[in-house]
Write a protein that binds this ligand. Sequence first.
Ligand code: HEC
Length: 175
Amino acid sequence: MLATILFLAFWVVLALVLFFIAVRGGLGGARATLQSQSRGARTALTFIFVVVYIGFGIAIPAAILNGNQAHASSQIAGVRLTSAEKHGRQLFGQNCGICHTLAAANAVGKVGPNLDMLKPPASLVLNTINNGCVQNPPPNSPQACLGQGNMPGQILGGKDAQDVASFVGKVAGKE
Ligand code: HEC
């Protein structure tokens, strides 16, 4: 981080020096300007240097490095995820994305229903993970779903299952 800023600052300073020399008509002109006794010129020069240096050399790289980057992965279309939900998103990618489409997890599976359209609340997701779905379940079975196919139960358990459920519920569920 600091190293990157210093690296950028180095090139900015170098560019400014070259720019200054060029604008002042070569090395001789640059020296003449630096040695000029005009206060106005020196003040203006210092001002420009400080503004450009701080603006481009420090503020912009620092903002880019520091700014949204660390938080970008915790936000989806303005929805802020808790660390448990981020964990859920990761698990979703590993365990559910092959069969389900869910934009917030970049998942495009086509075996099961599209969760962006189904909009399952977290409770339904958890229930489905725990029990799975079978196409022709016995009456009152917890494995009854939409009748579109089979989904294995218990792919995940415990906190993992809860994290996935709260992630899906948050990004897609209509609650
Ligand atoms: C092997 C493919 C497959 C995997 C992996 C899979 N699913 Fe499914 N899922 C399905 C199918 C097929 C259905 C539709 C079942 C039906 O309609 O009877 C379904 C249905 C669902 C439903 C809707 C249930 C309902 O009652 O409407 C939810 C929610 C769901 N899955 C969530 C998940 C989550 C979360 C994971 C990851 C832990 C996951 N699925 C992993 C195939 C899969």
